[in-house]
Design a protein around this ligand. Sequence first.
Ligand SMILES: [Zn+2]
Length: 326
Amino acid sequence: MSNLRVWIILAALACAAGCGGSGTQATVSANTATAPVTLDAQDQAPPPQQTGGFDGSRAYDFTAKLVSFGPRPSGSDAIKQTQNYIYSQLHADGCQIAEDSFNAQTPIGAVPMKNIIAKVPGTKKGIILLLTHYDTVRTVPNFVGAEDGGSSTGLMLELVSLLCREKPQLSIWMAFLDGEEAMVDWNTNNDHTYGSRELVARLELSGELESVKAVILEDMIGQKGLTMKKESSSTPWLVDLIWSTAAKLGYQNIFVSQSTSVSDDHDPFLEQKVPAVDLIDLDDYISEGYWHTPQDTMDKISAKNLAIVGHVTLASVDALEKKFSQ
Ligand SMILES: [Zn+2]
């Protein structure tokens, strides 16, 4: 994801780390970055029955497992391990699984990528589509992406384990997307969102895109001190549905009324007039100095906040099922 302010701040950060400074940020080794951490009491997940059945500690453990593979840029050996892990979880949960392997044309040449989709068939026409990206940015050394790429994928794996047991009216698809991150530079040559653009193109070809009623993108949703702002390009009625769901559950302190603007995997859907929302807290992570740095590690993640976003997502899927099954 990207916005203009991000790049200004990132340029400053890059300079702090590498423009004649001591380079302390660059000294975080891959081993340190993937080391297990102990959660403080305030960051532990509540019992799942308090969060609609969503188990925040399982989502946290999934995230830690993903991080343990190390940096996971598109085309790397570590992302193959990640794909195998996602696939094994989906298989164990008894989901229908669809895979799309493709070669993305990028500024560094053709890069093999793979989207993996868990499908829960519904009894009526219509699809609710949940998205996460599981790749990590390749341009930052020792970047393990606990929050950026990890947390949303850990959350989605827990959603899969719950939703694949359901018999919904509308179909629920959960897509694990490759290639969200830029290979070189987000701002040139359309160098981003390869997986989501591929998915939109595939759905257009198959004629299924018009059946997608709503897209909920999860990205950077598990950090300590999380505040979810309303992403301004997202579809207003869908934002309202999610924020009012969060308010009913008592999470107004996390799902706040302010707005922000982020380019992300929801954009290719919006361009095709498919309702979509981006759930993301990019601003706080930038302010803390962790975004796209080797400090994006498990000690920044809260199982409690994963549980809250998981709870809101489950309840929002329910609300969407009601809205479109009339
Ligand atoms: Zn990123």
